[in-house]
Every structure is written in structure tokens, then in C-alpha cells.
Design a protein around this ligand. Structure first.
Ligand SMILES: Nc1nc2c(c(=O)[nH]1)N[C@H]1C(S)=C(S)[C@@H](COP(=O)(O)O)O[C@H]1N2
Ligand SMILES: [Mo]
Length: 456
């Protein structure tokens, strides 16, 4: 994604609102704390209140004569659909608003484009495969797995003593591992560098997704090919699509065992958009290195300086120099509920929830501020918390109906802290596109409308 793709966003497209509606007398933050400490009487009182027994506000509380609870509903009084009516199950028709979307603020250059994951509607940490973001430099393709070949070779004689070509069958009989990792494009949140303030979290942060990937460790394949591991310092990974995506990967990452030649995604084969039948998995590293439709890995002793690493995915620093080979996706987080384009229905209790991640390891802590960064309190991290994987945080909040600025700040287990925009710009300047991990702010207005703002 180059700077030419930046544009202004006037269209404040609405996304699926998923704000849980809660009457004022629903659980307070103190009640939640009491419940967590085992006081179930409090929980019961909270739910009684939510059912309208003593509730002050009634917008979404079922009335006593509500036909949907008093009368027989059609789905209880008719035959259901037969099994296998949909051989491959699809989401409910009521969820059809929750889809990948192209940003109205980005220019589409032929098939080179991006569709963003609707993070505002996500729960937990897994991205359903059909909602995994897509970023193609030259369109996507559905390769016949019987004809797909994967080659391992060396850049000079002897670098790989036994170069090999594998079929999918050759690969899939090897010992495999399955691991959950996030995949984030280096350009994620890129438009915020220019304070474009795109309206929703889908467009600010939706170039991240998280899946379970299954594959064979690349180091095993290199060993099978009798690679010279004392001389080989980098591998070049190459895709079979029209863009011939080529990226240099340092061997220390490969030898850690984390880099996978993968065919599985969330328990099934990769989706065509995500690289079917084979892609590289490079945990913690920016998405561009996760070469899709992977056809070749070459071992060499120096970086290749390929097109996608010399002119793209470089960071323009304040002194005018480009920083190349930025690969680690630094510690970052974002509140997904509530987020831009949504609206809070009524003051009172709201569960703030979001995602946190780090390309260096596991998330250790997430702090949340509801006053634009003046005061911070730790959020709760949901289990499991895994290395180089999305983590879900939750934070109980009782909204007093006044203007509020919601922020989250993640800290990883290497001690890295997510920066503010001021801190990030002090080091990186203002002309970057890539690698923006700054703290995101959502403004909540007294009417409940939530929008994207930048604070220092
Ligand atoms: N062969 C190939 N691999 C590729 C790309 C591509 O265009 N061609 N795009 C890269 C970029 S820039 C990103 S961010 C990720 C996106 O992966 P996804 O489409 O599965 O989300 O794939 C990377 N691998
Ligand atoms: Mo990317």
C-alpha cells in the first residue's frame, strides 16, 4: 500500500453496531467486582433488574405482554430445516452486515487491494476464516493443489546440498504443528499517521486477523534438504501469484522453529484468499512476509533487497532516510466495543472490550482510560493469553452519560509499552505509512455516538 492510496474519508459508513443495551439499573462495575469475588446474590439482583423488575429504564427490557415471550413463536411450532440443508454451514442471515469491507478512503489499484476484517463485531480472539482480512498485490487465485509445487534451493552451490521439490502430498505427510497467531499488515492503522481518522475500527485496525495455522516447521524442510545452516543467514520466500511476492526472512527466526510452511487455517485448508494451498507463517512479523501461494524458499547469506522490501514496507524517518526490514509488529491494542460508528444506548453499565497483541511475545497487561489518558486502570485479560497471538481484554465501565475518551494501552512480556501519538511521532516523524502502533482514542459523545479522534 503506497502513499498514493491515502485519501479523505467523507463517507461515515456505519458498521454493525453490537453495543449491548443495558438499562441503568443493570450491573454496576462494583457489582461485577462483587460477582467476581463470589457474591452471587449481587449477580441475581443485577439480572432481576435487567429483566425489568425494578428497572428504571426500559428501552430494551421485555414487557410483560411482549408477544415474543407470551405467544408461541413460529420457530417453536413448525418443523425445522433438515440436516445438511447447507452442506457447508453459513452465518445467520441476521449477521449479513458483518463482512469484510474495502475502505472508502483507499484507491483501488486493479486487483491490488485490501478488504478489512470487521473487528467491531468480533468476540474472543479467533477470526472466522471467511472474515480474515485480505491483502493482495496482484489479485488472488485458487490453485489446484495437485499441481502446486514447493521448492527448496540455495543461492549458491553447496548452500543446499539436496535441493528438493515437494508436492502437497509430500508436505502433508510430514509431522505438523498447529499454533494460534495474529497476522497484521505492516500498513494496518496507516491512515491514522495522516490523522485521516477513518470512521470505524474495521478501517483503522482491520488489517489484523488471528487464526490457528497448521503446517510443518520450515527448519525441518531445510534439514531434509541438507541446508548449510552455518552459512545460511537468510531465506527468500516466493509466492506463485502474479505479484511474485518475495521477502527476506532472517534464519534466526526460522531456526526458532516458529516459521511454518502451512496449509491449515482454523481446522481446514487455507482459504484461497489467504494463500491456498500453502503459505508461510512468520509469527510476530508484518503480514507481507507471510508469503501466500508459497512456491519456493531459497537459502542465502545476505538479504535480497527484493522490490517489496526496498520500496515498499519501509519507514520514512524524520531525517529523510528510509528504515528497511522493519519486521516485528510492535505491541498494540484497540478497543473494539464500543468503537467508531457505534452508539451507546443509555448510560450505566457497559462492558468495554478489545484486542491486544505483540510481535515480540505475549501481552502482559492492558490498561484502559475513559478520560483521554489521564487515569489508567488495568483491564482483565481473557484466557488463553498466547505469544504472538491476539488477546482479548475486558473492562467494566459505568458511563455517567458525559463526554468520554476511551483508550487502551498494552504492555508486552518484554516490557514494551504501546506509545501515544506524541511519543511515536517524536521518534518516527509524521510521514510514515507503516508500523503505527499508537494508542487509539474513541470519543463518546453525550448522545452516545462514538467516533475516531486523535489526542496527543
Ligand atoms: N504471494 C503473495 N503473498 C502475500 C501477498 C501477496 O500479494 N502475494 N500479500 C502480503 C501482504 S502485504 C499481507 S498483509 C498478507 C495478507 O495476508 P491475508 O490476505 O491472508 O490476510 O499476505 C502477504 N503475502
Ligand atoms: Mo501487507
Amino acid at each position: 500500500m503506497g502513499s498514493g492510496m491515502l485519501g479523505s474519508v467523507k463517507d461515515r459508513e456505519r458498521c454493525t453496531g453490537r453495543i449491548r443495551r443495558a438499562p441503568e439499573s443493570f450491573l454496576s462495575a462494583e457489582d461485577i467486582a462483587a460477582v467476581a469475588s463470589g457474591r452471587r446474590d449481587v449477580l441475581r439482583r443485577g439480572f432481576m433488574a435487567a429483566l425489568g423488575l425494578g428497572a428504571a429504564s426500559a428501552a430494551t427490557v421485555a414487557r410483560a405482554d411482549d408477544p415474543d415471550i407470551v405467544d408461541p413463536v413460529p420457530w417453536s411450532t413448525t418443523l425445522g430445516l433438515p440436516v445438511a440443508a447447507t452442506p457447508y454451514g453459513m452465518p445467520s442471515r441476521y449477521e449479513r452486515n458483518l463482512v469484510r469491507r474495502q475502505s472508502p478512503g483507499l484507491t483501488q489499484v486493479g486487483a491490488a487491494s485490501v478488504a478489512f476484517t470487521p473487528l467491531q463485531g468480533s468476540f474472543g480472539i479467533v477470526t472466522p476464516s471467511g472474515l480474515h482480512f485480505e491483502r493482495h498485490h496482484q489479485g488472488w487465485t485458487d490453485i489446484d493443489p495437485r499441481r502446486h509445487r514447493f521448492m527448496v534451493n540455495g543461492s549458491s552451490p553447496g548452500m543446499v546440498a539436496r535441493p528438493m521439490v515437494f508436492t502437497m502430498d509430500d508436505l502433508m505427510r510430514l509431522p505438523s504443528v498447529s499454533r494460534m497467531h495474529f497476522l497484521e499488515c505492516g500498513a494496518n492503522t496507516g491512515m491514522e499517521w495522516g490523522n485521516v481518522a477513518v470512521p470505524t475500527v474495521q478501517y483503522t485496525h482491520g488489517m489484523i486477523s488471528c487464526s490457528e495455522f497448521t503446517g510443518v516447521e520450515l527448519r525441518l524442510l531445510l534439514e531434509m534438504c541438507r541446508a548449510d545452516l552455518s552459512r545460511g543467514r537468510f531465506v527468500l520466500a516466493e509466492g506463485a501469484d502474479g505479484s511474485s511476492m518475495t521477502r527476506t526472512i532472517p534464519m534466526d527466526l526460522v531456526m526458532s522453529g516458529e516459521v511454518l510452511v502451512a496449509w491449515g487455517q482454523n481446522g481446514e485448508m487455507l482459504r484461497p484468499e489467504n494463500g491456498y494451498p500453502l503459505r508461510l507463517v512468520v509469527p510476530g512479523v508484518q503480514g507481507v512476509s507471510w508469503v501466500k501461494w508459497l512456491r519456493r524458499v531459497e537459502l542465502g547469506d545476505q538479504p535480497w533487497g527484493a522490490k517489496d522490501e526496498s520500496i515498499h514496507y519501509v519507514d520514512l524517518m524524520p531525517d529523510g532516510q528510509h528504515r528497511q526490514y522493519t519486521s516485528i509488529q510492535e505491541v498494540k491494542s484497540v478497543i473494539t466495543t464500543p468503537s467508531g460508528g457505534q452508539a451507546l444506548v443509555g448510560k450505566g453499565f457497559h462492558a468495554i472490550s478489545g484486542l491486544a497483541w505483540s510481535g515480540r511475545g505475549a501481552v502482559q497487561r492492558v490498561d484502559v482510560s475513559v478520560d483521554g489518558g489521564r487515569n489508567w486502570r488495568p483491564a482483565t485479560l481473557q484466557q488463553p493469553v498466547m505469544s504472538k497471538c491476539l488477546s482479548r481484554f475486558v473492562f467494566p465501565w459505568t458511563w455517567n452519560g458525559e463526554r468520554a475518551i476511551l483508550q487502551s494501552r498494552a504492555i508486552d512480556d518484554t516490557g514494551h509499552v504501546q506509545p501515544t501519538y506524541r511519543q511515536l511521532r517524536e521518534v518516527r516523524g509524521t510521514r510514515s505509512i507503516y508500523h503505527n502502533n499508537a494508542i487509539q482514542s474513541w470519543l463518546v459523545e453525550p448522545g452516545g455516538e462514538v467516533s475516531n479522534v486523535q489526542t496527543a
